[in-house]
Design a protein around this ligand. Structure first.
Ligand code: AMP
Ligand code: GLY
Length: 417
C-alpha cells in the first residue's frame, strides 16, 4: 500500500512512524514533513491547504491512501478534493470538519444528538454577550466560533477580560465552566462504525503545575490509571456513536478521526470540544501503544469498510511524551537553533524512547528548530513511572539553546494521584 500523509508536525511523525512499521505499507510519502519524518518517508513540497495540489500529488504518486493530519486542510476541503480525484482519504469532508471548524455548529450537533456538554449561548452582539456572561458568572468560558489555532478560548475570572475577548470575536460561544480532569478520547470512524482508541491526557499549560499560558500541548500520557475502566464504553454510548449518527442523519457523514475533548465532572462526562483530526501530542502516546498495524485501519475508515476491521490490539504498556519547545513559546518562538543529541537518543534509548519531530528542518547537515514545539520525546514502559523515566532521560540528552520543557508530565498519574 502506498500512503501519503499531509502535515509536518510531531503528530504526523508519529503517524508516519507507525505506518513505516506496518508491513503492508510499501511506500510512504509526506508533504511537507520535517527533518525527522524525512528519515521514514519521502518528502514532497505542497501547499497543504490547496486541495487540487494535494489531489494531484496523490494521483501522481499512485497513492492508495491519503491521511490528512491537521485541521486547517480538512476545514478547507482538501479531503473532498482528494476523494473527488478517486483516492481513498482518511479525514472528514469540509462539511463534517465543521465539528471542529465551528464551535456553534458543534454545539448544534450535540444538542441534536443529546450529547452531554456545557450549557452555552452563541452571541453576535454586545447585549447578547453581557446577558450570557451574567447568566453563567465566573469563571467565564469564552470561545471564538471559528478556528483560532489554539488561541480562541479564554477561561478567566476577570469579567473585563472575558468581555474583551468576546467582543473581539465575530461570533462567540459563551458557556458554563466545567470542573474536573480532562481526557482526550479518539475514535476512528467511517461515518457508520465507530472504533474508539485508548484515552490519553495532555498538558496544555506551558509550565509545571499547570501554570503559565495555554499552549498547543506540552506532553501527554496513556493509559489513565485513575480513570473509570468503563470510561471508553460510556463515552462511546453517550458521545461518539450519537455524534457520528447525527452527522450521518444530517447528510454530512463524518469519516476520519473524531477527537472528543472531555471533562470528567462530578455530574458526569461532558464534551469540552470536538476536533476532526488526531490530537497533538496525545497521538504520540496512543499510537505508541497500538499493536494493530495502522494502515489497514485507516484504509478501512477511508473506504467505509470499518465494520470488517478486527478489534484493535493494544500493548500492555504505558507511554509518555514530553514536548521540547523553543525559547519564548507559546509567544513568537526563536527558530534556527541547532539541535544536538538526536543520535545519542537513537543509539542509547531506542527502542523504548525515541524522538518525534515537530518544528524542525535541515540546514545543510544540521537539524535546526523551525517552530514553537520542536520535538516530542516519546517513551514506553511497563508502567507510567518507567515510561516517564525513559522519556526524561532521553530529554536530558537533547541540547537546544533556550529550550523549555515541563518536568511533571504524567508525574501525578505515575504516583497514583
Ligand atoms: P482549546 O479549545 O484546545 O484551545 O482548549 C481550550 C481549553 O480551555 C480546554 O482544554 C480546557 O482546558 C479549557 N476549557 C474549554 N472549555 C471549557 C469549559 N467549558 N470549562 C472549563 N474549561 C474549559
Ligand atoms: N492536544 C490538543 C489538540 O490537539 O488540539
Amino acid at each position: 500500500m502506498k500512503v501519503l500523509v499531509i502535515g509536518g508536525g510531531a503528530r504526523e511523525h508519529a503517524l508516519c512512524r507507525s505506518l513505516s512499521l506496518d508491513p503492508d505499507v510499501t511506500a510512504l510519502h509526506c508533504a511537507p514533513g520535517n527533518a525527522g519524518i524525512a528519515e521514514v518517508a519521502e518528502l514532497h513540497r505542497v501547499d497543504a491547504l490547496d486541495g487540487a495540489a494535494v489531489a494531484e500529488l496523490a494521483s501522481g504518486l499512485n497513492a492508495d491512501l491519503v491521511v490528512i493530519g491537521p485541521e486547517a486542510p480538512l476545514v478547507a476541503g482538501v479531503a473532498d478534493a482528494v476523494r473527488a480525484a478517486g483516492v481513498p482519504v482518511f479525514g472528514p469532508s469540509a462539511q463534517a470538519a465543521r465539528l471542529e471548524g465551528s464551535k456553534a455548529f458543534a454545539k448544534d450537533v450535540m444538542a441534536g444528538a443529546n450529547v452531554p456538554t456545557a450549557r452555552s449561548y452563541v452571541c453576535t452582539t454586545a447585549e447578547e454577550i453581557e446577558a450570557a456572561l451574567a447568566a453563567f458568572g465566573a469563571p467565564y468560558v469564552v470561545k471564538d466560533d471559528g478556528l483560532a489555532a489554539g488561541k480562541g478560548v479564554v477561561v478567566t475570572d476577570d469579567v473585563a477580560e472575558a468581555r474583551a475577548h468576546a467582543l473581539a470575536c465575530e461570533r462567540v460561544v459563551i458557556e458554563e465552566y466545567l470542573d474536573g480532569p480532562e481526557v482526550s478520547l479518539f475514535a476512528i470512524t467511517d461515518g457508520v462504525t465507530v472504533l474508539p482508541l485508548q484515552p490519553a491526557q495532555d498538558f496544555k499549560r506551558a509550565l509545571d503545575g499547570d501554570e503559565g499560558p495555554n499552549t498547543g500541548g506540552m506532553g501527554a500520557y496513556s493509559p489513565l490509571p485513575w480513570s473509570d475502566p468503563r470510561l471508553v464504553e460510556e463515552v462511546m454510548d453517550s458521545v461518539l456513536q450519537p455524534t457520528v449518527d447525527e452527522l450521518r442523519r444530517r447528510g454530512t457523514p463524518f469519516s476520519g478521526l473524531l477527537y472528543a475533548g472531555l471533562a470528567i465532572t462530578s455530574r458526569g462526562v461532558r464534551v469540552i470540544e470536538f476536533n476532526a483530526r488526531f490530537g497533538d501530542p496525545e497521538t504520540q502516546v496512543v499510537l505508541a501503544r497500538l499493536r494493530t498495524p495502522l494502515a489497514g485501519v485507516l484504509l478501512n475508515a477511508a473506504r467505509g469498510t470499518l465494520d470488517a476491521q478486527p478489534p484493535l490490539v493494544w500493548r500492555n504498556e504505558a507511554a509518555v511524551t514530553v514536548v521540547i519547545a523553543s525559547h519564548n513559546y507559546p509567544g513568537p518562538p526563536r527558530t534556527g537553533d541547532p539541535i544536538e543529541g538526536l543520535a545519542e537518543v537513537a543509539a542509547k534509548d531506542a527502542p523504548y524512547a525515541y524522538v518525534l519531530h515537530a518544528g524542525t528542518r535541515y540546514e545543510g547537515e544540521a537539524v535546526v528548530s523551525a517552530g514553537g514545539r520542536v520535538l516530542s520525546v516519546t517513551a514506553t514502559g511497563a508502567d507510567l513511572a518507567q515510561a516517564r523515566e525513559r522519556a526524561y532521560s532521553a530529554v536530558e540528552r537533547i541540547r537546544l539553546d533556550g529550550a523549555q520543557h515541563r518536568t511533571d508530565i504524567a508525574a501525578k498519574a505515575a504516583a497514583g494521584l
